[in-house]
Structures are given as C-alpha cells and as structure tokens.
Design a protein around this ligand. Structure first.
Ligand SMILES: *[C@@H]1O[C@H](CO)[C@@H](O)[C@H](O)[C@H]1NC(C)=O
Ligand SMILES: *[C@@H]1O[C@H](CO)[C@@H](O)[C@H](O)[C@H]1NC(C)=O
Ligand SMILES: *[C@@H]1O[C@H](CO)[C@@H](O)[C@H](O)[C@H]1NC(C)=O
Ligand SMILES: *[C@@H]1O[C@H](CO)[C@@H](O)[C@H](O)[C@H]1NC(C)=O
Ligand SMILES: *[C@@H]1O[C@H](CO)[C@@H](O)[C@H](O)[C@H]1NC(C)=O
Ligand SMILES: *[C@@H]1O[C@H](CO)[C@@H](O)[C@H](O)[C@H]1NC(C)=O
Length: 776
C-alpha cells in the first residue's frame, strides 16, 4: 500500500498536468447564457492524472436535451471521459481526490432510460438561470434514476460530490412503480441544492432522495419536492434540511433510523405527514421556522415516549387551520396550532434552573418561554438564511479566471507558490466587482492570502487552497493562511465549492481567519466550502511518523470578534484515513482546534461538521449572537484509553487564549483528556440546535468502545441567553458539564446514563432535548 502511495507521490511532483486550454464546444456554449458555461475551462488535476478534463458539457458528448432523445449514454460518457486510471481502483479504496469533474447541463430536458452511476469528486451542475430537467423515461428500467453515491465507496466515506440547479423528474413513470430519483447514500462534503424532485402525485413508491445504509451527511438545502411517496427516506446519522418545499408528497421526511434532524425554513403543503418519526425512527427532531398548510399531521411522533426516544423541539412552527394536527402520537393529537417565536414546545429531557439536581425533567410536550437574539433573525423572527450564490446576473465580462491573467501567472499545480499573483488578481477583482473563478487545481499559498471586501471566489469541484512553507511553522506565532478582511472591515467575501487545506505541517497556521463582517447575513459567506487536514496524497500530514509531529495546523478556522459570517454546508475534517490510497497512515494528524469563535455581531452555521481535532472541535468563547443549525462531530481517533498523548498534548506549550487546558482532569485520565466537542464560555445570545457527538472508539488502536469511553462531550460555562436544543452523544459519560470559574473542577450536569434509551448501529446514544440552565 505504501509503495503505491510513493509512486503516486512521485507522479505528483514530476508530471505536471498541462492545462486543457480548449474552450467549450461552440454549439453547446450557445445553449447556455450562464457565465460558467462559457468561461475558459482550464482546470487541472495536479495530483494524479496529466490528461484530465475537469469540465464536461453534456451537449459535447452527444446529449440533446430535447425531451425526446435518450441521453443516458451521453451523460454516462460525460461522466466517464478522461484518464480513468482512478476509476479502475478496487473496492478497497477509500476515495480519491484525483478525478475532479463538473458535468454541466445547459437548459433542456434530458431523457434518462436507466440508472446513471455517479463517481466521487463529480459535480452535476445545471444552468441556474433555466434549470435543466433530468427526466426518467416512461419505460425507465431500474429502481434508481441517479445512483449518486460512488459504487466503490461505502456511505460513511462517500465525500465530495455535488448536484445543483437540476430538476429530477419521474412524472412520466407509472405511479405504481418503485423509483428513487437520487440515491444519496453519501456523507460529509456533499451537496444537493437548488434542485427540484418531481414525482407523480399519489405515487407511493416514488422517493425523491434515498439515503439507506450507514451514512453521515450534513445538509440538504433549497429544494422543492412535488408529488411522490416521500421526499427523503434514509438511515443517516444526522441531517439538516434547510428551505425545502414539500408539495403534494405523501410523507415529506421519512427517517428509517436517524439520530437527529434539524428541519429549518421548510414548507409543507398538501402533505399527509410532514415528518414521520413514529416507531422510533428518529431520536431527535428540531423543527424551526417552518410552516404547513393542508397537511394532515405535521409531525407523527413516537407512540410511546420511552427513554429519550423521539425527542421533539418545535420553535416558530406556523400552521393554518387546514392542518389537522401539529404533533400526533398514534391516535392522539399532542399539539394543534402553531408555536410562535418566544415559545418552544418540547417533548423530551430538559435541564433548567428549576432542576438543579443532575436528573432531567421529562417533558411530554410543554411550551416554555425562550428567546432569539435580534441580531440573528429577520423582522418576523425567522433566523436569517440565504440561498447559495450562483452569480447568475453576472456577465462573462464580470468574471476573472485566475489562471487566465497574463500579468499575474497562476499555476494551481500543487507546487508553485501562487500567493503573490492571486493577491494581485483578487485585489483587482474586488476593485472591479468581479467574480474570481478558480478552475480546479491546488493553489499553494506560502504566505497569507488576504481577501479584501467585495470579493467573490468561485471554486470548481472543490478547488484547493493549500497552505505551505516556513512562514506558518512557528507554533508560537500563529498566522492566517487565508485572511478574510482586516479587523473592522465590512463588505462581501464569499466562497463557493472550495477545500482549504495544508500541504505541509503548519503548527503556526490559522487556516482561515475571518475578520470581516457582512453588511447583511451571507455577505461574508462560505458555501459548500470545506477544510481538510491530511487525507490526500499531497499532504505531509499523511506521512507523519508520530502524532506529536503531526500538528497539521493550529486552528482550522478563527472567527474573530469583529467578524460576522454565514457558513452553509461546511465540514472541517482532520483526515482519519487517506482518500488517495488504501489504508491509513502511520500517525493521525493532531491539529489543536477546529473552530474558535469569538464573533459578536452575528454568526450562522448551517450543515456543519467538525471532526477529529486534538483539543476541541468547536470553541465559542467571549462570543455573542451565534446560531448553529446542526453541529456534527467525531472524537480525535487516537485519544482515549490506550493512548498516552493526553490533551492538551501535543499543544501544551502553545495554547492560545481561550483554548482548553484540561486542568480539570487528573494527570493520567485518558478518557477525560479527550477533545471537547463543543465548549461555550463567557458568551451571550447563543442559540444552538442539534449537536451530534460521536465517540466510536478509543486508543491508538481504535478499539471499539461502548459506554463511558469519553468523559465529557460539551462544556457550558458562565454564559447568558444560551439556548441549546437537542444534544446527542454516543459513548460520552457526561453529555453536558458546567465548570466552575478558575477551571480546576467541573460539574457534570447531563449524564449519559440519565438520557439514553436506544442504540444506533450498536452504540448507546444519549439525547438531551434542551439545556436551558444558562438561558437567563
Ligand atoms: C465538441 O463536440 C464534439 C461532438 O460531440 C466532440 O467530438 C468534440 O470532442 C467536442 N469538442 C470539445 C472541445 O469538447
Ligand atoms: C450505503 O452504504 C452502506 C454502508 O457502507 C452500505 O452497506 C449500503 O449497501 C449502501 N446502501 C445502498 C443502498 O447503496
Ligand atoms: C414496490 O415496493 C413494494 C415494497 O417493497 C412492493 O411491495 C411492491 O411490490 C413493489 N412494486 C413494484 C411495482 O415493484
Ligand atoms: C423572514 O423570513 C421568512 C422566511 O423566509 C419570511 O417568510 C418573512 O417574510 C421574513 N420577514 C421579513 C420581515 O422579511
Ligand atoms: C467575558 O466576556 C466579556 C464580553 O465579551 C469580556 O469583556 C470579558 O473580558 C470576558 N471575560 C473573560 C474572563 O474572558
Ligand atoms: C495495539 O495493537 C498492536 C498490534 O496488534 C499491539 O502490539 C499493541 O499492544 C496495541 N496497543 C494497545 C494500547 O492496545
């Protein structure tokens, strides 16, 4: 296995991909007026293949899009072209970063007659100005139209694929058939957005999105589901549904075996059941800012409330008189009518000031008074959300391809330092108000890249911005690789479809530092933009001899006090396996922290995952006005019993202000000295929904564990106006702890043993419906 990696590594340094300079076919280009269809496509694949074509317009591969011709073969061809050595990998591979592709659909109706299999690293993208339709033919053969998960990859390692601006349509297929429009058995780093799922009305066997099997995804956003039996059916660990419109579908959301979901900004209309969580199929539902009309039952709850099965939190859920029941369990209606802002309806275990003992109060469906900070909501009390930008109103002249500026040559080849040229291009683009398009590649940054106000950066199949070199290596002087604005700046800085990473071991790096505040929510925005440390063949974090030496960066993201930013579908991953080979590496990377948030003015985190950092996944300290729609996390995999590198090692000498010292743990307590999932300290106006904290194993051998493997999941210390709804944890003895000022002792408040009641995939899961002890 290592041999193969070395060969691939050599290839990366000796064979440079030549840019494919050929413009898109003139005939097809004429079919789409959207700038992205017509811009010069010279993306490269620096790692693995020299003759790689990133951009594929389906019209160039024979698709007609005329609503009559069968375009199945043409679409398959567009997916498969290129040097497909990667596709020949066997079933033992855990992914690849080596086949980045965008399959682009101009406006039209593309008839599909049998299943189309997707490949990892591929983006399916339609023209957002006139969304193309992928239509199953009347005689469609098979039970899945688009197999969205790469067939070589299990659900839990299906990362980095995307579908946007498309309409999937089964209305021509018999309503009595069984057909899934998109099988989406994928995990973090994937996006399905701004798309329609259209099925015949009353077709019980038609399903929009199916995610059956183990998978750990984050977000489904800005979708419309029409007709059919169900919008979503699946067994995901967690999901955040944002702005999904369900119209005329029998069941909107039908979990089969899911731990938790946030349903935000969704509308249910002419629906039999909005969310069906009867029979223990979903353990925690946070439904917020959602509306329903002509709907029989908005939430079908668990019939019997045993343990913490079926916890429900409703907030700002508005139903009209045509909705028979807002929450129903079996035959009995638990709630009719709306739950307005200012009130939260809770079924499940809660911790309040009124119950200072360590036992939860079990609510069976009661309203309590709560609040939301005005900085996070609009004039009618809904949390602000925005649609990911497409810049559809920009003309081709308003785009700059960063690899097509003669005065400032940029390589994106994973070798050359592109910082100075990119800085010049971004400064000019900001002055001219242009979108900076980064064709796929790995852009090496050996110094800080400063993002000025009025910046719009557009990536392509997860364009990599990668820190490298000596300037980021002093652990005592942390320095940003990507710096978004300077303290006090206000304006626009948006990123779409990027991966921020580090080629070298950079213990002095803050990978992204956000100082800028958006003038309005989303102006400073990160959309389908992820962080990866290690995990790819060009990352030195894959080759560390020991965990101590693998301090990939200090912090992945620092949202400083002057910042105000919006993050939607973002996964910060300290890689626990190598995507470009068969096996793991000698040692896990040990970056100190995922997100350090000190922001005051308004921060929105939607569809958010942060995994495997050494000291904390998320640290919210001296902050205000933070909304979290969902936060998923996994522990640092080498930690726990059987490991001798106890937190705060290997960072004990270089902790930054606000980083945890673990002084409350006994010196040799390996279960206590594990990375904190979420810490909120000395903060105010913090509204948190759906935390999912998964500790599956312990020790450097990753021995599967059950029970109290990790001592503490979440810390809440000295906050006011903190509302935390829906905390789920696997194998954490204390789900929530409070800590005395001074830090030498902590007080467990919510214990696993008092909040469990079911198992998921062999693990005990504890669920706390609400923690409100610091909400005053
Ligand atoms: C243009 O389309 C033709 C016909 O489909 C195809 O053979 C050719 O390779 C395409 N050219 C480019 C530059 O993609
Ligand atoms: C989804 O992934 C899981 C877990 O790897 C696998 O067992 C299952 O077969 C997949 N399901 C489907 C429907 O492809
Ligand atoms: C559809 O699936 C259901 C449930 O698995 C099955 O009972 C039914 O026979 C299937 N219908 C068709 C047309 O295959
Ligand atoms: C707030 O957002 C909701 C949901 O998008 C919308 O219906 C409402 O009109 C907005 N209120 C204001 C005042 O903009
Ligand atoms: C707590 O937060 C306030 C307001 O943000 C700040 O002024 C104060 O210094 C913080 N206190 C500590 C101990 O960090
Ligand atoms: C881990 O596994 C190796 C190889 O099986 C073994 O030698 C070692 O003792 C194990 N370490 C621990 C801490 O269990």
């Amino acid at each position: 296995m290592r041999t193969l990696l070395i060969i691939l590594g050599l290839a990366a340094t000796t064979i440079f991909a030549r840019p494919n300079e050929s413009p898109a076919n003139a005939s097809a280009a004429a079919a789409s007026t959207y700038w992205y269809a017509n811009v010069l496509h010279n993306g490269i694949n620096p790692g693995l293949s020299k003759n790689w074509v990133v951009f594929r317009n389906v019209r160039d591969h024979g698709a007609r899009g005329d609503g009559v011709t069968d375009d199945t073969i043409a679409i398959r061809t567009a997916l498969a072209i290129g040097d497909n050595s990667i596709a020949a990998r066997g079933s033992g591979w855990w992914g690849t970063t080596g086949q980045p592709a965008v399959v682009y659909f101009p406006p039209g109706t593309y008839v599909v007659s049998s299943t189309i299999q997707n490949l990892i690293g591929t983006v399916w993208m339609g023209d957002p100005t006139d969304r193309p339709r992928l239509k199953a033919s009347k005689d469609f053969s098979g039970t899945t139209m688009i197999a969205g998960a790469d067939k070589y990859l299990n659900g839990p390692v299906g990362f980095y694929t995307e579908m946007k601006n498309l309409v999937f349509d089964s209305t021509a297929v018999s309503a009595s058939a069984n057909l899934t429009l998109v099988d989406w058995n994928v995990s973090q780093g994937c996006q399905l957005s701004n798309s329609g799922l259209e099925m015949p009305k009353g077709a019980k066997g038609h399903v929009g999105i199916r995610a059956v099997g183990k998978n750990s995804p984050l977000l489904l956003n800005d979708l419309e589901v029409r007709g059919g039996g169900a919008g979503y059916v699946g067994e995901s660990m967690q999901y955040h549904f944002k702005n999904v419109y369900f119209k005329g579908v029998e069941t909107g959301i039908k979990p089969a075996n899911v731990v938790q979901m946030t349903v935000q900004g969704c509308r249910f209309e002419d629906v039999t059941t909005g969310v069906d969580m009867s029979g223990g199929t979903l353990r925690l539902l946070n439904m917020i800012d959602s509306t329903a009309s002509n709907t029989e039952t908005l939430v079908k709850a668990d019939e019997k409330q045993s343990g913490t099965v079926g916890s429900i939190v409703l907030e700002n859920v508005l139903v009209d008189s045509t909705v028979s029941s807002t929450v129903k369990a079996g035959d009995s209606s638990l709630l009719t009518g709306s739950i307005a802002t200012g009130t939260t309806w809770i079924r499940g275990n809660i911790y309040t000031g009124r119950s200072p003992s360590s036992k939860p109060e079990k609510l069976t469906g009661q309203k309590i008074s709560t609040s939301r900070p005005s900085a996070l909501v609009n004039g009618t009390g809904f949390y602000h959300t925005v649609k990911p930008p497409a810049y559809a109103d920009f003309s081709l002249e308003q785009i700059v391809n960063v690899r097509d500026v003669a005065a400032h040559p940029v390589k994106g080849d994973g070798e050359t330092d592109d910082t100075a040229s990119l800085q010049a291009i971004l400064n000019d683009a900001a002055k001219a108000g242009k979108v900076a398009y980064f064709p796929h590649g790995t852009y090496i940054l050996k110094d800080t890249l400063h993002i000025p106000p009025n910046s719009r950066l557009w990536g392509e199949s997860f364009t990599e911005l990668s820190g490298a070199g000596p300037l980021f290596q002093d652990p005592r002087k942390s320095k940003p690789v990507i710096q978004v604005g300077r303290p006090g700046d206000t304006g626009v800085a948006q990123f779409t479809d990027f991966v921020f990473t580090a080629r070298d071991i950079l213990p002095g790096a803050v990978l992204v530092e956000v100082n800028m505040a958006g003038a309005k929510p989303g102006d400073v925005g990160f959309f389908n933009t992820h962080i990866r440390l290690g995990g790819a063949l060009d990352n030195k974090a894959n080759e560390c001899p020991t965990v101590e030496e693998c301090r990939a960066v200090h912090i992945a993201a620092h949202l400083t006090s002057s910042s105000s930013s919006y993050w939607e579908n973002s996964w910060a991953w300290t890689a626990d396996h190598d995507l470009d080979g068969w096996d793991g590496f000698a040692a896990y990377p040990s970056p100190a922290g995922g997100f350090l948030i000190e922001a005051q003015k308004g921060t929105w985190m939607l569809g958010w995952g942060v995994e495997h950092f050494a000291l904390y996944q998320v640290n919210i300290v001296n902050a205000a006005n933070v909304f979290v729609g969902i936060q998923q996390g996994e522990a640092s995999l080498y930690q726990g019993v059987g490991n001798s590198l106890l937190a705060p090692r290997p960072w004990e000498s270089e902790l930054l202000a606000g980083e945890p010292s673990f002084a409350w743990c006994a010196a040799n307590d390996a279960s206590c000295r594990m990375s904190i999932y979420q810490s909120v300290v000395n903060s105010t106006n913090i509204n948190l929904y759906s935390g999912g904290y998964w500790t599956f194993a312990e020790g450097s051998n990753q021995t599967a564990c059950n029970g109290d493997c990790q001592t503490n999941a979440v810390f809440y210390v000295r906050n006011s106006k903190l509302f935390s709804y829906g905390i789920a944890a696997i194998n954490n003895a204390n789900v929530v702890v409070e800590r005395a000022p001074g830090g030498s002792e902590y007080v467990p408040v919510a214990k696993r043993a008092d909040n469990q009641g079911f198992r998921k995939d062999g693990s005990d899961v504890a669920v706390v419906a609400a923690y409100l002890r610091q909400s005053g």
